[in-house]
Design a protein around this ligand. Structure first.
Ligand SMILES: Cc1cc2nc3c(=O)[nH]c(=O)nc-3n(C[C@H](O)[C@H](O)[C@H](O)COP(=O)(O)OP(=O)(O)OC[C@H]3O[C@@H](n4cnc5c(N)ncnc54)[C@H](O)[C@@H]3O)c2cc1C
Length: 346
């Protein structure tokens, strides 16, 4: 059996960020990835500047697309709001993840096409062998196998997204607030990585999953005059049921930990940052636990906001409706700008 100091399950943003931040520590690190290439995750690939602080995504990622205008759709139509600086960049997930991998040192072994099939307190197993670990990091997303090994349930907020894929670049970044269709979720038209467009919706309660696809079909046909029968569709689950990050010598990061923002379904930042937090903790840097504690409090605030959104007896959703019906001027514009930039955290 081969022995590693740290075995990381999953080479997404969380796992690769963890590996990158362990580089230079002298620890032997193994990253096991089930796919044969990086960046396959169904995702829009939008990142804000907080994901790579101090760096300009446009100059790092050749394929990055900047977003300065946002389209806000309600039952009363779509309003466009422009800013003089980008609030998001679409980067290809493959490009992003290969960049993270490029930051890993020679002590890091990234093995593709090697799904983890078994986990014990001493080793992880794949079809190609067993790997003994001192520390195990579950970075294997919302269908994690490390999370059930820890006997952690996933039931509180499990988001579901379903969309059609158009084989052309997205000209706009649009978000729709239509509670009668998306029941406190939202509709979207945005890039899929770069070069393709996704038109669909996201809902966060398990009880709503069955209705999402038929509602998206009907809405996409009407709103965008799409012939949905001729289009490819895809769906995926996100996990925002956070129950901790440290379980003895086993850690969870990103979607496996449930750190997805349930309000926006933004998760790349939380995966990257928690990967850094866990790596620092393993390196005995006290900043690691502080990062994880800050992420946990941010997550609690997001869940509180999410619960306000999804509780029909509260007037919150009607306030959002009023705000978004025309967020272009006056007090609505000021509130919209404040909340929007807080979300983006640029
Ligand atoms: C439709 C959609 C759009 C989204 N758009 C955005 C967006 O624009 N911006 C944003 O910030 N977030 C977005 N998200 C959320 C974002 O995709 C996730 O939060 C993010 O990918 C989490 O990163 P991760 O590293 O934790 O997990 P993942 O990216 O899911 O990576 C986990 C990795 O583990 C691998 N793996 C799984 N099981 C095993 C196993 N048994 N053995 C080995 N490897 C395994 C997987 O193949 C994968 O590579 C979106 C989500 C959805 C569903």
């Amino acid at each position: 059996m081969e022995s590693y100091d740290v075995v990381i399950v999953g080479a997404g943003p969380g796992g690769l960020s963890c590996a990158k931040n362990l580089s230079g520590s002298g620890l032997r690190v193994l990253v096991l990835e089930k796919n044969s290439a990086l960046g396959k995750k169904i995702c829009s690939g939008e990142i804000s500047s907080k994901v790579i602080p101090g760096l300009n995504p446009s100059s790092i990622f050749g394929g990055a697309q900047e977003w300065k205008t946002v389209g806000v759709g309600t039952a009363k139509g779509v309003h466009h709001i422009s800013y003089n600086r980008p609030y998001l960049w679409t980067v290809g997930r493959a490009e992003f993840e290969n960049w993270l991998r490029g930051g890993c040192d020679g002590n890091t072994d990234v093995r593709l096409a090697e799904p983890v099939t078994g986990i014990t307190p001493e080793y992880v197993e794949t079809s190609k062998g067993r790997y003994h670990y001192r520390y195990l990091v579950g970075a294997d997303g919302s269908f994690s196998s490390v999370r059930p090994f820890l006997k952690l349930p996933m039931e509180h907020i499990v988001g579901h997204a379903f969309h059609f894929v158009l084989d052309r670049p997205s000209e706009e970044f649009r978000v729709y607030w239509l509670p009668e269709i998306f029941t406190h979720g939202y509709g979207y038209m945005m890039s899929k990585n770069k070069g393709q467009t996704m038109v669909g919706g996201a809902m966060a309660h398990v009880s709503q999953h069955a209705v999402l696809a038929p509602r998206v079909k009907e809405w996409a046909q009407k709103e965008f005059s799409l012939d949905v029968k001729s289009l490819r569709s895809e769906g995926y689950r996100g996990n925002a049921d956070y129950r901790g990050w440290k379980f003895g010598n086993v850690f969870l990061v990103g979607d496996a930990a449930g750190l997805l923002n349930p309000v926006t379904t933004e998760g790349i930042y939380y995966a990257v940052k928690s990967g850094e937090g866990v790596a620092r903790h393993i390196r005995n840097d006290p900043e690691g636990a502080r990062i994880m504690s800050r992420l946990a409090s941010t997550h609690r605030a997001q869940v509180l906001l999410f619960d306000l959104f999804t509780e029909p007896s509260l007037p919150f959703s009607w306030f959002v409706q009023w705000l978004l019906e025309d967020p272009r001027k006056g007090i609505r514009k000021r509130i919209f700008d404040y909340v929007f930039w807080r979300f983006m955290d640029c």
